[in-house]
Design a protein around this ligand. Structure first.
Ligand SMILES: [Zn+2]
Length: 478
């Protein structure tokens, strides 16, 4: 995958290896040869033709992994900033999702993929549930293959039941053409389990089993999916260690027990759960059940594809909940359970494990793929002192501090600039999609979709509200 075939050495960085011991090395080098990490240590000897990158003052860490992102929706960036899940479902599932043509899926995916590598997210699961036709699916993959990141296609189609699309000859044909021997980093089936006692989703699970691929599913989403879906999956033997449960925030202990016992993992999208209403971000529950966690950003129709914000929001939500539960019992939390080091682990190794790629990515250790992020910004007052490296990544650094990114040994961003990426072309394609949607919907529907009504706020009785300040006498009037 190396563009230059030259070795690369990052010199004198603070290296967060994210190996099993979470070893941190200061003043250390990382040597990359071909697509892999060759050596990590102090004062390494590099081949004469190596590209030297000065990591002094910076943090070197593994490329981050986002396990759930509806990349096609990036063409609508920020449109749904004030939505709840209700508006999202109406807009995409019922009214306007079907307006997306293959070129619109391409445009969204292209921008999302560029955004991911720019932010140091070297592996992203494209939870692609807008694949209405094989042409849409081809367009999705074309875009992912045009950007030098690692992408797992999670194939879905909200316009049909999974028992329809997953069993179609067109889907089989697509899988044969684009997945077997293609450039994708992986392939999953993406669909939700409604809880219908007839369990029509069985046919799609059987396809996943036959193809030997994982299923990723929005589970425990308030008002949409619940314990019935988990129970049906479990009773029919379709919960496996490779299953990824997205959100898993409105579930009972019984469902968490079934997830834990079958070895699956949860993709937590904290910013999404907080704003959209799937349920409280579940990390505080998951730790009691010892369920593995990865992080995700869900959709840029609200948020960006930035895992720094995922780490930050996840720490905040977990600690918020812990304090709130304690205060309700008149107790004080003196020691937080969730640590910054843990969310950095979730953003790297957690994602790698969830995708069954832990031996290949997720850590800066010899032999692994060279997916590496250098966080360095000499012009920023926030880059020193670096006293608590994991805390610095989670709470201090941000996407603008991503200086250099390697994917499989290839430099895809250097000195804060993307390498060999045509951002202008992506911008033009996204602009064409926005024009298409806006014109097809009409201006009124476009504006209405973006600006949901604000419910009235009930003003509480206030016994003090009839006093007012009299400036003349400088006294309160009664
Ligand atoms: Zn989602």
């Amino acid at each position: 995958m190396s563009a230059t075939d030259r070795p690369v050495v990052l010199r004198n960085g603070l290296v967060l290896t994210m190996d099993d011991a979470h070893t941190v090395l200061s003043g250390a080098d990382v040597l990359v040869i071909g697509d892999r990490i060759a050596e990590v240590g102090v004062g390494l000897t590099a081949p004469d033709d190596a590209v030297e990158i000065d990591a002094t003052g910076g943090i070197v860490m593994p490329g981050m992994v986002d396990t759930h992102r509806h990349m096609w929706q990036t063409a609508m960036r920020g449109y749904g900033a004030d939505w709840t899940l209700t508006q999202y479902f109406i807009w995409y599932y019922l009214e306007s999702g079907k307006l997306f043509r293959p070129e619109d899926v391409y445009a969204g995916n292209l921008l999302a993929a560029i955004e991911a590598v720019d932010a140091g997210v070297t592996t992203t699961v494209d939870w692609s549930h807008g694949l209405q036709t094989p042409d849409h699916a081809d367009a999705a993959v074309d875009a992912l293959e045009a950007v030098p990141g690692r992408f797992v296609l999670a194939y879905g189609n909200i316009q049909q039941g999974p028992w329809q699309w997953a069993t179609s000859p067109e889907f089989r044909d697509f899988h044969r053409r684009r997945v077997d021997g293609g450039k994708l980093a992986g392939f999953q089936l993406a669909f939700d389990v409604t809880g219908d006692p007839a369990f029509p989703e069985r046919a799609a699970f059987e396809v996943a089993r036959e193809l030997g691929v994982a299923v990723t599913t929005h589970a425990g989403v308030w008002g949409a999916t619940n314990d019935d879906g988990i129970r049906l999956m479990h009773e029919h033997g379709f919960m496996t260690p490779s299953t990824v449960y997205v959100h898993a925030s409105t579930l009972t202990h019984d469902s968490y027990n079934r997830i834990a016992a079958t070895g699956g993992s949860v993709s937590v999208s904290t910013e999404s759960e907080q704003s959209a209403g799937q349920g409280y971000p579940p990390t505080w529950q998951l730790r009691h059940h010892d369920i593995p966690v990865s992080l995700s950003m869900d959709t840029s129709v609200w948020w960006s594809g930035d895992l720094f914000s995922a780490m930050r929001a996840t720490l905040g939500a977990d600690r918020s909940r812990e304090h709130l539960e304690a205060h309700a019992k008149q107790e004080t939390v003196t020691h937080c359970h969730l640590r910054a080091e843990q969310v950095v682990e979730w953003a790297t190794r957690g994602g790698a494990r969830a995708l069954g790629m832990d031996s290949a990515i997720g850590a800066v250790t010899p032999g692994r793929q060279a997916d590496i992020v250098l966080i360095k910004n000499d012009a920023s007052p926030v880059m020193f002192p670096i006293l608590n490296p994991h805390g610095h990544v989670a709470f201090q650094a941000q996407r603008g501090d991503v200086h250099t990114v390697l994917v499989g040994g290839r430099i895809v961003k250097q000195d804060g600039r993307l390498v060999d990426v045509d951002l202008a072309a992506a911008r033009a394609k996204v602009a064409a999609t926005v024009s298409h949607l806006r014109e097809t919907m009409g201006e009124q529907a476009w504006q209405r979709g973006m600006n949901p009504d604000i419910p009235e706020t009930d003003l509480l009785e206030n016994p003090y509200q009839y006093t007012e300040w009299d400036a003349g006498s400088a006294q309160w009037k009664h």
